[in-house]
Design a protein around this ligand. Structure first.
Ligand SMILES: Cc1ncc(C[n+]2csc(CCOP(=O)(O)OP(=O)(O)O)c2C)c(N)n1
Length: 522
């Protein structure tokens, strides 16, 4: 009779779900890469960790995935029963570490039931609003062997997406049709539910939209109704706002940046989202794609009041003015390189279907204003938690989720340094992310060192002008070092054409900072 131990049962369940196994250097990188993989594929990314410190290292990825609504399942081994309380090897209360970081936690209670527990973990991570879950595997239950016949594996249920209430959709259609200044908000949830085409049809009616930073590309950024470049005006002046898969957390100003008399409609799969800092007039529990489609049908053939109000034209004009105010910075020929020039050059070579990751403080903000996205679930940044160290593993996770699409990360030197060993992992598995390191020698360049610390302070916030491209050389990856603006584009083109992981190291002016009020894509 064939017997299986607990590890074999879990592996069988996960392989039936299509798991590819990659050994990573640190639980942070592994957890962030798995989150990005899951987010791109719309499947749970799985992180398997050891006990004690391996699990505590996974707490940040769990918290970040949960807050950013990315599906992540963490499976953790834990100390053997019979040794607990005595100072067992790596003994710690792993459920307690995981609990506040996750939407669900569980502990395997019998070897025969491991398949069932894994089934629960996969489903809980994926359904509703996606997020992080933790499943604890006590050592003795992993080691135990049970006859194969006693092992129960379970497949995922088929789930019908929630349809919106037709009467509620009619009300929203009436509100949008009568609005002088209507606005759509597009969040990650809209990307998750593939609502892009239906939302683009609403935007085609001339209704402007603002996308959250990671929802960029759900509707392609070159749509004429894209209003991120006039974000403050759009959010503060709209009289009717319909939000799709967007939460009113700090990313949308805690819901406090809207006009006092705005009529706010929110579509979300979780009804609990309708109670927030925002004054939501109507919440609709629904899949964002279905709601947007039905709204499009309800508006078909109707004339929108906003078509003659000049609202969209005013936002477009504001965006154009913002873009013009940056033209000089984009064309700047200075050495060391102006970060706006770097970002401008990146934009010229980025294929439309690229995964784009931006992380750092100065460089992330500049990318948000000037680097577009054109496809859903293609844009990564520090996310809801603003966590540094996510960008490099996100770009790697996206690259392995869809190896046919380029994955380009534009990272600050601090941000890249926090996770740079992912370059070795990428080389080892043949992944080809391109890491563009915007090296301004520190945290927000020299800004914090020069302006927030007393003169003469030791170098706390500034970093060495290290040659990060050499990390690529270490693994026979593609390495580029750039000092002058004219060299940026050829270096990026060579990196994109290389059939291996690439690091393009660009020396940036440490004194450059973001230009205020210049947010033409933001
Ligand atoms: C995990 C974590 N630690 C610390 C911070 C605080 N923090 C915000 S931005 C930043 C550094 C940004 O520097 P860099 O990546 O070099 O980009 P730059 O601003 O220079 O373009 C830090 C440390 C954070 N957000 N997350």
């Amino acid at each position: 009779m064939t017997e299986l131990n607990g590890g074999q049962i879990a592996a069988r369940q996960l392989m039936e779900a299509g798991m590819q196994v990659i050994g990573c250097r640190h639980e942070h990188n592994a957890g962030f890469a798995a989150s990005a993989w899951g987010y791109v594929r719309r499947k749970p990314g799985v992180l398997v960790v050891g006990s004690g410190p391996a699990l505590t290292n996974a707490v940040t990825p769990m918290y970040v995935a949960n807050e950013s609504a990315m599906p992540l399942v963490v499976l953790g081994g834990s100390a053997f029963a019979g040794t607990l309380g005595l100072g067992a090897f790596q003994e710690t209360d792993q459920l307690a570490f995981a609990r506040p970081a996750c939407k669900w936690i569980g502990r395997v209670d019998a070897t025969e039931r491991i398949g069932e527990w894994v089934h629960l973990a996969l489903g809980k991570a994926l359904e509703g609003r996606p997020g992080a879950v933790y499943l604890d595997f006590p050592g003795e239950l992993v080691a135990r062997r049970v006859p194969e016949q006693q092992v129960r594996l379970r497949g995922a249920p088929e789930i019908a997406a929630p349809h919106p209430d037709p009467a509620a959709i009619e009300r929203v259609a009436d509100l949008l049709a009568a609005a002088e200044r209507p606005l759509l908000l597009v969040g990650k949830g809209a990307g998750w539910s593939e609502a892009g085409p239906a939302l683009a049809r609403l935007a085609d009616l001339g209704i402007p939209y603002v996308a959250s930073p990671m929802a960029r590309g759900v509707i392609a950024d070159d749509h004429p109704a894209f209003a991120n470049g006039a974000r403050s005006q759009a959010l503060g002046s709209a009289d009717v706002i319909a939000a799709f898969g967007a939460r009113f957390n700090w990313i949308f100003g805690l819901g406090r940046r809207f006009a006092a008399d705005v009529k706010l409609v929110q579509v979300d799969v979780e009804a609990e989202e309708f109670t927030s800092g925002a004054n939501v007039a109507l919440g609709i529990v629904a899949d964002a794609a279905l709601a947007a489609e039905q709204l499009g049908e309800a508006l078909a053939g109707r004339t929108l009041r906003s078509s003659t109000s000049g609202w969209l034209a005013a936002l477009q004009e504001k965006r154009r003015a913002n873009e013009e105010s940056l033209a000089q910075a984009f064309a700047d020929d200075s050495v060391p390189i102006n970060p706006y020039r770097l970002v401008h050059e990146v934009r010229q070579v980025l294929p439309r279907d690229a995964f784009v990751t931006a992380e750092g403080e100065t460089i992330m903000g500049i990318c948000r204003t000037a680097v577009p996205s054109f496809a859903p679930r293609s844009r990564f940044n520090a996310g809801t938690t603003g966590c540094m160290g996510t960008g490099a593993p996100y770009a790697f996770g996206a690259a392995i989720a869809d190896p046919n699409r380029p994955s380009v990360a534009i990272l600050g030197d601090y941000a890249f340094g926090a996770a740079a060993m992912v370059v070795e992992t990428a080389a080892r598995v043949g992944a080809r992310p391109v890491f563009v390191v915007a090296n301004n020698e520190g945290i927000a360049g020299h800004m914090i060192q020069d302006f927030m610390l007393p003169p003469g302070s030791p170098r706390i916030a500034s970093l060495l002008p290290a040659r990060y491209d050499k990390i690529a050389e270490m693994v026979d990856g593609h390495a580029e070092h750039v000092d002058r603006p004219g060299e940026i584009r050829p270096a990026l083109e060579r990196a994109l054409a290389a059939d291996r992981v690439a690091v393009v190291h660009v020396r940036i002016d440490p004194k450059a900072r973001r230009l205020s009020g210049s947010n033409y894509l933001q």
